[in-house]
Write a protein that binds this ligand. Structure first.
Ligand code: APR
Length: 258
């Protein structure tokens, strides 16, 4: 059997699917940040191949060894702090000029969408730059330190453990975020699904919500995923290359229409 090479991206077909959209949702996963230097979770060299998700990304792991989990988060913050959002991130932020409504729904916790200028971002899995008190379970607040004075961190108010404002395995997503993601996915005209293996639920379900409600689905990934068979088109390639090219193709078509 011969393995079929993914075809070169058909940008004109993707533009056909997107050009008349009023609301566009940009649904992103770890592959979106890969070209900025953030590792993905799955696949060769992925984070969960090298580190234990049970130790570093569950509440039980945190309670077992909070210092270890905080050291890991300090390390990841340091990685992300020095990064620049790549051209694909900037292209997504610029899509706000092209469509009446653009919403980012991301599984990423690195905050790179906001840093690249996106104004409407739903962070389904939290944000590495936020903390909350585990004892008081209060509203999360921004903590932009990259070197911690002590690990684990403690709450200044009650002395309890602070935890990263991240959704760990086995934890529910914030209902405000899931309601927003459900509403935006079910009312968009087109969804770009970028850099996700689409295996972690409930997040991975939103592209199907969009599809079931009649939206066009355009996938951007370096390889086929479980989403590919439902996508109207898959643009195979790196996010930092495909997204600027897609933006340019959209601009060209929209300029011609004017
Ligand atoms: N451009 C586009 N896509 C890419 C690139 C790239 N440069 N590099 C990798 N990819 C794709 C991979 O082919 C894969 O489909 O990105 C995807 C990354 O998949 P995962 O590592 O599983 O990331 P994600 O889907 O975001 O994981 C979901 O799992 O561990 C949890 O909470 C974590 O939010 C995360 C969730």
């Amino acid at each position: 059997m011969t393995v079929q090479e993914p075809m070169a991206p058909d940008y004109e077909r993707a533009v056909d699917l997107m050009v008349d959209a009023v609301k566009v949702v940009l649904f992103t996963g770890a592959g979106m940040s890969k070209d900025s230097g953030v590792d993905t979770f799955r696949g060769p060299g992925g984070i969960w191949e090298r580190f234990s998700a049970a130790d570093l990304a569950t509440y039980e792991g945190f309670i077992r060894d909070p210092a270890k989990v905080w050291k890991w988060n300090e390390h990841r913050r340091q990685q992300v702090a020095g990064l620049t959002p790549h051209q694909g991130y900037l292209a997504l932020a610029e899509m706000e000029d092209l469509f009446p409504e653009v919403v980012v729904i991301t599984q990423n916790i690195d905050g790179l969408h906001a840093r690249s200028g996106a104004t409407h971002v739903v962070e389904l899995h939290g944000n590495i730059w936020k903390v909350r008190c585990d004892a008081e379970n209060n509203t999360p607040w921004l903590d932009e330190r990259t070197e911690f004075p002590e690990v684990p961190l403690h709450c200044e108010n009650c002395g309890g453990l602070l935890r990263p404002h991240i959704v760990w395995f086995g934890e529910p997503l914030d209902p405000m975020d899931t309601l927003a993601a459900q509403a935006e996915s079910s009312s968009c005209d087109a969804m770009l699904v970028i850099g996700t293996s689409a295996v972690v639920y409930p997040a991975a379900g939103y592209p199907m919500v969009a599809k079931q409600n009649g939206a066009a689905m355009i996938e951007v990934n370096i390889e086929p995923t479980p989403i590919s068979e439902y996508a109207d088109i898959s643009l195979f390639g790196k996010a930092e290359e495909v997204l600027p090219a897609l933006l340019a193709a959209l601009r060209e078509r929209m300029d011609k229409k004017e």
